[in-house]
Design a protein around this ligand. Sequence first.
Ligand code: UDP
Length: 260
Amino acid sequence: MKKGKKLYEGKAKIIYACAEKNLVIQHFKDDATAFNNQKKSVIEGKGILNNRISEHILTCLSQAGIKNHLVKRINMREQLIKYVSIIPIEFIVRNIATGSLTKRLGIEEGTVLDNPLIEYCLKDDKLGDPLISKEHILTFKWATKKEIEKIDKQLNRINDFLVGMFRGVGIKLVDFKVEFGRLKNSNEVILADEISPDTCRLWDMNTDKKLDKDRFRNNLGNLVEAYQDVARRLGILHEQSNIRPIKFPRPKAVKLKKNK
Ligand code: UDP
């Protein structure tokens, strides 16, 4: 698939035009950012893993009847996706309290919530993605009442599906962020963006070991290894696979014996 011009570059992904009408190419970078872009790094192999994990999750969701933008993965770093205009809201679903929820409201870290909690944040880096209410969304016409009702229902279905899927491989789905967009031709709202350890909090069921971007946020190290662990448990990375390019040791200089 031939890539056209760059349409948009975000923190972790780039969107390119392509020859197919109403479709675009989504490219996963190795860049990692946190704390509203204040912390930045390049983590070799992260983009490849997120491409693969997100493809797997969106394919499963599609099979479960949750329509989304994925058409197909086309190579290690890229997917063909439906072209949508993204609704400028980050939709967060929480099952266990951590991160900004604990800081904002003083809720104890690790509190298991009786029901999934949905939060809305305005997608605006300059403002630090502030928390907003449904009333803000309607007042400023970021989405219609009907759209939000549909999205809320989908968020609960996505959460139910993902909690079950991760539980089956020994992982707790603590929280996650998703985005929705309107299809260019019909305005229909569908799930878009990505679902990966960059956008979810995933804790090992037995040890609470973090298997997500908090390893980068909190300087815990071994991020690629944790993402590989998630991919392996989901059955999409074979035991021997090594996402990082193999580094061969430099051959030692060999002294040739002079012929006497
Ligand atoms: N999240 C994300 N992108 C963002 C902000 C949050 O993917 O720009 C995800 C994050 O990985 C977590 C969930 O949304 O799974 C809830 O994040 P929280 O608000 O606690 O974020 P924090 O401010 O702690 O990074």
